[in-house]
Unconditional design. Structure first.
Length: 387
């Protein structure tokens, strides 16, 4: 009966990250630099709020869109940080992580046959949902553009079928960010088009050069943009599953139906924690950022010295060096590093065909782990012996 399963579901591939993680699991004494998850604990004040919520039996369903107080605090946070203004009553939904936010945003705006423009290489969480909608991903090769989805490239890719552009900056896997003027050029191209923008800003608190700018802060874009954010990366809360959508009421109204019938609401306990994170944790990411910058600089410099080419990333916690000086195929190269150097990194091909020829290294690890990882890679490449 398998052939009767929805063909759009059958066509979904297991993510390259998962495939490689399965391979990593078969090895021992491996230094893993694969995970996109902060290595810091969730801030104590946030944990305390969750414990109180449990003790006070605040454990029932919440409104579908989430606790109003948490939505208010989230709006306040976005207003202070990025100058965005949303009505907590009608323009915000608290979701199960940014993952669900992406899902409901895409399912709300995409009908079969719609085209979605997105940069390549890119986070692998968008394409399967686009395909589930019967829509068509249109990847724009950003390799020659510093991994930036430029306004001119968007203009060229637009057709009468384009319904949506995904702007995932700061970027996973490349760490690239877009500047005010780059976003302004994109806004100029899109402002008079009937095209939605999904702006995945989950790494907005982890910008190292300058500060984060949201495309929704351009008045011409606010009415067509769905901003996605959450607490996974900024507050080290990946397992709490708190994401958010911020969008004008006419979009939020429809996304809420999709959210209601697939999730009802996010965990009430996590929502109480989220309220605390947004209210009392406005600067929680600052100390983490200081550490990430040191780690980024350290790993970048080590990789440069080994002969890797790459751009110094300005956000998130990933480096995406080219492996061309050493190899062509990213899966084979990563498999070699795993076998011979006992270091796990993610093959760039896991981030679309445009990631081939690169590897993703996460620096959400202690300096000690990063140093050991770099030593092992260097020994493998230049000592040319196995460890
Ligand atoms: N968007 C991007 C760009 C990500 O890198 C990730 C996680 O790695 C997500 C969304 C998913 O975030 P969450 O864990 O909040 O679902």
């Amino acid at each position: 009966m398998e052939h009767l399963i929805n063909p759009n579901v059958r066509k979904i591939q297991i993510s390259g990250i998962r495939k490689f993680a399965n391979l990593v699991a078969q090895h021992q004494n491996v230094i893993s630099l694969t995970i996109g998850q902060p290595d810091f604990p969730t801030p104590q004040h946030v944990k305390e709020r969750a414990k109180t919520a449990i003790d006070e039996n605040r454990t029932g369903y919440t409104e579908n869109a989430g606790l109003l107080d948490a939505r208010k605090a989230a709006c306040q946070f976005l207003s202070i940080k990025y100058g965005l203004s949303y009505d907590p009553k009608s323009e915000v939904i608290i979701t199960n992580g940014a993952t669900e936010a992406i899902d409901i945003a895409l399912r709300t705006v995409l009908a079969p046959g719609a085209e979605v423009i997105l940069p390549g290489p890119v986070y692998p969480g968008y394409e399967p949902v686009i395909r589930l909608c019967g829509a068509i991903p249109v990847f724009v090769d950003t390799r020659a553009d510093g991994f930036k989805l430029r306004a001119e490239a968007i203009e060229q890719a637009l057709t009468e079928h384009t319904r949506c552009v995904i702007l995932p900056y700061p970027s996973n896997p490349t760490g690239t960010t877009l500047s005010y003027s780059e976003l302004e050029s994109i806004a100029n191209v899109l402002q008079n088009r009937n095209v939605f923008v999904i702006s995945d800003e989950i790494y907005s608190e982890l910008v190292y050069d300058g500060s984060h700018v949201s495309i929704a802060s351009f008045p011409s874009m606010r009415e067509k943009t769905i901003v996605i954010n959450g607490l996974s990366k900024s507050h080290s809360m990946t397992g709490w599953r708190i994401g958010l959508t911020f969008a004008p009421e006419y979009i939020t109204r429809h996304m809420l139906k999709v959210h209601q019938y697939s999730a009802t609401c996010a965990s009430s306990i996590s929502q109480h924690a989220a309220l605390e994170a947004f209210e009392g944790g406005v600067e929680d990411a600052v100390a983490m950022k200081v550490e990430y910058v040191q780690r980024r600089d350290y790993v970048f410099e080590r990789l440069q010295r080994m002969g890797f080419d790459g751009i110094k990333p300005s956000g998130a916690f990933y480096l995406f060096p080219s492996i061309r000086p050493f190899a062509e195929n990213s899966f084979d190269f990563a498999a070699q590093l795993l076998e011979k150097a006992k270091v796990a990194v993610v093959p760039g091909a896991a981030f679309s065909e445009y990631g081939e020829g690169y590897i993703r290294i996460s620096y959400a690890y202690s300096m000690e782990t990063l140093k050991e990882g770099m030593d092992r890679i260097e020994y493998f490449l230049h000592g040319n012996q196995t460890i």
